[in-house]
Design a binder for this molecule. Structure first.
Ligand code: SF4
Length: 413
């Protein structure tokens, strides 16, 4: 049975819990990716089969709140946002938590302010070895309150194994993201490492592997995202690909295929195992499930999409990218962004700015709204969005009626 975490009740939603529990009981092996339709009559919410807190986030939330409860007399710092969700981070800050770094790595609390009596919590993304060493030097154990997700640690372990076997590590990720900075820091201790952002960058790397581009081209693109002393002539002969766990899994796969093909062309298919390591076992299950559920949601179809989550959340951004290619999609952090049935405030991924869209709610009836969120978004926030939108429709079916196919579990059942 999957581990149950102790999550604060204000992050839970009775509506979403009923749906998720019923779907889980019907399909414990998670084979059915079809979305759930909550049919209120005038509006139908199409909920993705998988969304919301993943294992790593639940683990981090549980440790964070237990730490605060157990150490009310001590100062509690988080290295950075614990997860990329504003509501969770605001709540932690209201309880006295201070973040040492911003998400982009700017230091907010100088190291000199910290004393051995302070508690420092490592976020779910993990942290760099350099920061762990700095904490240890200041008398703070960096491992006692460590919420690093085991799936991130798995990537680090695999990177170390690759390095020990003489492979270079190619990280598919955003070089400035906390998790990729942490993975890079761990990886370079045992392997030459280079970070590639996307397929476009991977194509350049593939050309360097094939020999059609040289060291100069490599350095033009990767000087700031490769390990010190990286020599493409020497370090792109044996490689393995790992990823920032929240990247699009399909893109990681495409990048791995492209680099594998470059190795085949350079060294021949028979020599491939000596030049390319199979690392498909490092992909995060939750990212896979959420992205696959998003594809199924899109296939089902809807008139508009609402994706809920932090605007700096990588995994949520990828869900938005998938949805907006298929339907008008609004990326909102919570129900407060829905100003009215006329206006919605939302985050535009491509400009990375907020926008307000008028007449966002189509007049069509029944209206189908795809609703999902990222792995760091509490169910309560999604429920808030659902109720806010529902309030714009008159004479809808009752909630109990709509939830009737998803019976509440009796205590002890
Ligand atoms: S998305 Fe995956 S790797 Fe990231 S915290 Fe969740 S379970 Fe862990």
């Amino acid at each position: 049975m999957a581990r149950q975490f102790d999550i604060p009740v204000f992050y839970k939603s009775s509506v979403i819990s009923r749906v998720k529990t019923a779907r889980h009981m019907q399909d414990p092996r998670k084979r059915d990716l079809l979305p759930t339709v909550l049919d209120f009559g005038a509006v139908r919410f199409i909920l993705a089969r998988h969304f919301g807190f993943c294992f790593g986030v639940e683990n981090a939330v549980e440790i964070a709140y237990k730490t605060l409860e157990a150490h009310a007399e001590q100062r509690v710092f988080f290295l950075s946002e614990m997860i990329h969700n504003p509501n969770v981070n605001w709540d932690l800050q209201e309880r006295g938590v201070r973040f040492i770094f911003t998400s982009s790595g700017a230091q907010l609390v100088p190291w000199d302010e910290l004393t051995p009596a302070d508690i420092v919590v490592v976020p779910a993304f993990g942290t760099t070895l350099e920061i762990q060493e700095t904490l240890a030097e200041r008398g703070i154990d960096p491992y006692t309150y460590n919420t690093t997700c085991p799936f991130v640690e798995k990537v680090w372990k695999r990177s170390a194994q690759l390095g020990e076997s003489g492979y270079t590590v190619v990280v598919h990720g955003k070089a400035t993201h906390e998790e990729t900075r942490a993975t890079f820091s761990h990886s370079i201790r045992s392997a030459p490492t280079v970070v590639v952002l996307d397929v476009k960058e991977a194509r350049i790397l593939a050309e360097v592997i094939q020999g059609t581009l040289g060291t100069e081209a490599f350095m033009t693109h990767f000087a700031h995202t490769c390990s010190a002393g990286f020599d493409p002539a020497q370090h792109l002969v044996r490689i393995g690909v790992v990823n920032q766990t929240t990247m699009l899994a399909s893109e990681t796969w495409e990048i791995a295929q492209m680099l594998q093909q470059a190795m085949v062309e350079r060294y021949g298919a028979a020599q491939l195992p000596s030049h390319f390591a199979d690392t498909s076992d490092t992909l995060c299950y939750a990212t896979n499930e959420n992205q696959n559920a998003t594809y199924a949601l899109i296939q089902h179809g809807a008139d508009i999409g609402l994706v809920v989550g932090g605007y700096n959340s990588s995994n949520t951004s990828h869900i938005v990218e998938l949805c907006e290619a298929a339907m008008p999609t609004y990326f909102i952090r919570n129900a407060d962004e829905i100003a009215s049935s006329q206006n919605i405030n939302h985050f535009k991924l491509h400009t990375r700015q907020m926008a307000t869209t008028a007449s966002w709610l189509p007049a069509k009836r029944p209206l189908d709204i795809a609703l999902t969120c990222g792995a760091s978004c509490p169910d309560a926030i999604v429920e808030g969005v659902l109720f806010r939108v529902l309030s714009f429709f008159a004479a809808t079916r009752s909630l109990e009626d709509v939830l009737q196919p998803y019976p509440e579990l009796q205590r002890g059942a």
